[in-house]
Design a protein around this ligand. Structure first.
Ligand SMILES: NC(=O)c1ccc[n+]([C@@H]2O[C@H](COP(=O)([O-])OP(=O)(O)OC[C@H]3O[C@@H](n4cnc5c(N)ncnc54)[C@H](OP(=O)(O)O)[C@@H]3O)[C@@H](O)[C@H]2O)c1
Length: 266
């Protein structure tokens, strides 16, 4: 009797798949034969990508900060999965944004709200909508940042939102274990993307999106609890965090001045 080999196709859902790290991950998972559900906000951008580098992906455009939109898309994803007898093997909640507080004394509470809403609250909307579609054996990854290892100037909003994601992931790991769902948190150093292109300060040991995607996919394959890279940068930050606060604060303040200020001080 001839045995028929049925190859299971894995399915990954990625938010923020229209740019930077998420786009590279979507392309790499497609190239590896996965069914990719690529989510972005901008329809025109996503349509253009679907015709070029994301051919074969199932694309959904929605704003993650709009709870009703997230829920609608989750219903469509659920229908798609049941009609194709698939399940979500991996969910990467990667979408996010960064804005800096330029003048802490005149604290921009609207900016703070916007960043925390996009990076943390909206992640809650995605969890509420997509977790019910995840079965035993699946894996969940939340995008945080190595900015959480130490406090950085002007990063009150971004750092606080990403520290929230760290805790969220750690707590979910405890509670989802009984459902057979594993959880990773991803903490990149600087990656060259449209998000970091706006930065006006030095970004030591920056890597490209291809290296970032390779490190993330390797970590996800091993179901690592915390995926951080590039290691020479992230271990340096972790080491610095053991120093007395006044020491690392001085080092950070010196190294993270905007370029214009540094040039003026030369
Ligand atoms: N780059 C780094 O150095 C770095 C380091 C640490 C952590 N991270 C984190 O990695 C993630 C990806 O960053 P990136 O550098 O790849 O940035 P990016 O190129 O700007 O990509 C951000 C992605 O998130 C999507 N997004 C943002 N707000 C959204 C919203 N309200 N609704 C739906 N989608 C939304 C964007 O969609 P549109 O294209 O439609 O705007 C885009 O696809 C972020 O969470 C970021 O904080 C990045």
């Amino acid at each position: 009797m001839t045995s028929v080999q049925i190859h299971k196709i894995n399915t990954v859902l990625i938010t923020g798949a229209s740019s930077g790290i998420g786009l590279q991950l979507a392309q790499d998972y497609l190239a590896a034969g996965w069914h990719v559900i690529a989510c972005g906000r901008d329809k025109a951008k996503l349509d253009a990508l679907a015709d070029t580098v994301l051919v074969g992906a199932t694309c959904f455009n929605f704003d993650i900060t709009e709870r009703s939109q997230v829920q609608q898309v989750a219903t469509q994803v659920g229908d798609l999965l049941s009609s194709s007898a698939c399940q979500l093997d991996l969910v990467i909640l990667n979408a996010g944004g960064c804005e800096y507080i330029d003048d802490a004394k005149h604290f921009d509470d609207r900016l703070f709200e916007r960043v925390v809403h996009t990076n943390l609250i909206a992640m809650g909307y995605c969890l509420g909508a997509f977790l019910p579609l995840m079965a035993k054996g699946s894996h969940l990854a939340l995008m945080s940042s190595s900015a959480t290892y130490l406090a950085f100037p002007r990063a009150e909003a971004y750092g606080a939102s990403k520290a929230g994601v760290q805790y969220l992931a750690a707590s979910l790991r405890l509670d989802l274990a009984q459902h057979g769902i594993s959880v990773s948190v991803i903490c990149p150093g600087f990656v060259a993307t449209p998000l970091t292109a706006k930065n006006d300060f030095a970004m030591p040991m920056q890597v490209d999106t291809q290296s970032a995607s390779t490190a993330i996919r390797r970590g996800l394959l091993r179901r690592e609890t915390e995926i951080h890279f590039p290691k020479r940068f992230t271990y340096l930050l972790k080491l610095m965090s053991f120093l007395p606060a006044f020491v690392w604060q001085k080092m950070i303040q010196r190294d993270s001045q905007p370029r214009a200020l540094k040039d003026a001080g030369r």
